[in-house]
Every structure is written in structure tokens, then in C-alpha cells.
Design a protein around this ligand. Sequence first.
Ligand code: NDP
Length: 334
Amino acid sequence: MTALRWGLIGASTIAAEHMIGAFRANGGEVVAVMSANAGRAADYAKQHGVARATTSLAEIVESPDVDAVYISTTNELHRDQVFSAAAAGKHVLCEKPLALTLADARAMVAECRARGVVMGTNHHLRNAATHRAMREAIKAGRIGKPLFARVFHAVFLPPHLQGWRIDRADAGGGVILDITVHDADTLRFVLDDEPRSVVAMSARGGMGQGVEDGVMGVVRFESGLLAQFHDAFTTKFAGTGFEVHGDRGSLIGTDCMTQAPRGEIALRTEAGEERLVIDHENLYVRSARLFQDAVAGRGAPAATGEDGVKSLSVALSAAAAARSGAEAPIDLTI
Ligand code: NDP
């Protein structure tokens, strides 16, 4: 078996806008969708050509024609849904943040391992050709020793996504659990380095109601590298980017912290500036393909469950640092 038969847990925007298409682009089928609301489940199934709609988690995870589930509900629901799927022997691709606490995220990974199912975290950015090209350039020594990184991920949250993200801390709302987790995963991937501690300050710029809608901070990595990050829901014109500065060169990524396969990477050294050749590919199609391959016994998901625990740990420590004003250690224990 290679192509997977998917069950969707969550009638979400991300599934509609990206993942249903990504599963199908890899030859997969989307056979069922689960929503908490029967009418919504039925409408969503009809609109997206999904054969079955249900409100029952048990029904979807126990369906014999479902090989794997994609969990894209709000974040407080991920834990129990992963446990149910793993118990039923289904492979799990789960959205980020995996959970609201490290203990829950670790337990989810342990459960999938114990049940022998593949678990992936849907961190799309490490699937971007831009970030993969930066990682390769660093590994090839093209900037010498990496010393600093800068992540520009301040965006404007479009109105159709301004629901639970801006007013439900209990669902994992706020920019840190929404966007800083992605920065953490991308930094770990591009730098091939591990984060050790973080300082941060958060902001409320008028969109967040009871949650932060902006944050700036610095992560200290194992190698000594410092990475600065800036995330927001409130800036329409900031643009995105990802830079790594070494002692012999700099990689300047522009327009690359996005869901779309686009962006450019410049390499600046004593020899001048060159643009890296980027072979763009849909980020979510690649994520789905690597997950499908992992289920077939070929390699690992682009981001594993363990990667999801680590990105969550960085975000939770950033939130703690923003509250306390002190440098917070990052626990990478799985
Ligand atoms: P949505 O708000 O679209 O969906 C989350 C839940 O909200 C759904 O499961 C659904 O509940 C409910 N819902 C959605 N739309 C409506 C509606 N019109 N009316 C009533 N209820 C609705 O969230 P996202 O798709 O933006 O995010 C879902 C998950 O995916 C989160 O974990 C998020 O962090 C992650 N995400 C990841 C991205 C990535 O690039 N990796 C990008 C965007 C999100 P029900 O299922 O019960 O109907």
C-alpha cells in the first residue's frame, strides 16, 4: 500500500484550503470527515467531495477504510483525538501545536510509538524548498559558522481566521502557539541545532482579546547561535523572511515564511551576492507525501511527533519568558 485513505478529524479551513488537495495530489483518498456539528459535517463533506460525514470520533477512527487520520481541530482537542486514533491503529498526522502542555504532547508521541503507528506534525515550513536550500547551504559550509538567525513572521491574520486564535486561550489561541511554534521548527530544521533558552516580550495590538497578538524574542541555541523572532497577527505590510548570518557569509531569505511555494534566497559572501536556485514545490503536498512514504516504511514524516514536542516546548518557554521577563530554559525531553 502506498496511497492512503484519509479520515479528517476537524472540518477546518486548513484541510479545505491545503490538505485535502495535498492528500489527493499524492493519490490519496479522503473518505470521511468528522465535525462536532452534524450539519456542518454534511455541508463540508458535500462541498469537498468527501464520501462520509460523521460527528463520531469512534466511528471515524474505527472505520476499516481509513488508514490514517489528519487532525486539524482546535488545539485543546488534539490530545484525546490522537489517543483515540492511535488506539484504533490509525496513523496520525496532527496539526501544530500538538497540544497545550508538554506533558500532553509527550504522551501523544509515546502513545503512537506504543501502538506502532506513524505520527507526524504538520509543520509546513520545513517542506519549503527555500528552507531546504538554506539548510543545505549551511551544511556545505557556505556561510562558515552560523552565528545569528532572524525570523520575520509578522503577518496579518485574515478575517476568516480571526476566530478562536484571537480570543480563546483555552484553545491555544494567541500568536505564540500559532506562529512561534513554526519559527521554532524551521530554526531547528534549517540550523540543525537545538534551542536551549529563550527571552521574549509579547504585545496586544488591538486584535487579540485576552491573548497576545504580537511577540518578539531571542532563542539561544546549543551552538551559541542567537535567533531573533518577530511574530504578529496585526501587521499587513511587514513581509516575511528568514536570515542566517555566519562568519563567512549570510543567507537572506525573503517572502519565505508563507504557506505558498514562493520566496527567494540570496547568499552574500566576499565573492559577492548570488541567488540560490530554488525548485519550488507545494509545501503541503510534500508534507503529505513524506507522511505517506513513512507509513509505507520509507523514511520519516517531514516533521515527526518528536519535532512537534520540541517546537511546542520552545513556544511554551517563550510564553513563560514573556510573562516573567526572565530567560526561560527550553526542555527538549521527549
Ligand atoms: P478553523 O477555525 O478553520 O477550524 C478549527 C475548528 O473550528 C474546526 O475543526 C471546526 O470544528 C471549527 N470551525 C471551522 N470553521 C467553522 C465555521 N465556519 N463555523 C463553525 N465552526 C467552524 O481552524 P484552522 O483550519 O485555521 O486551524 C486548525 C488547526 O490547524 C489548528 O491546530 C491550527 O493551529 C492548525 N493550522 C496549521 C497550519 C499549518 O500550516 N500547519 C495553518 C493553519 C492552521 P468542527 O470540526 O467541530 O466542525
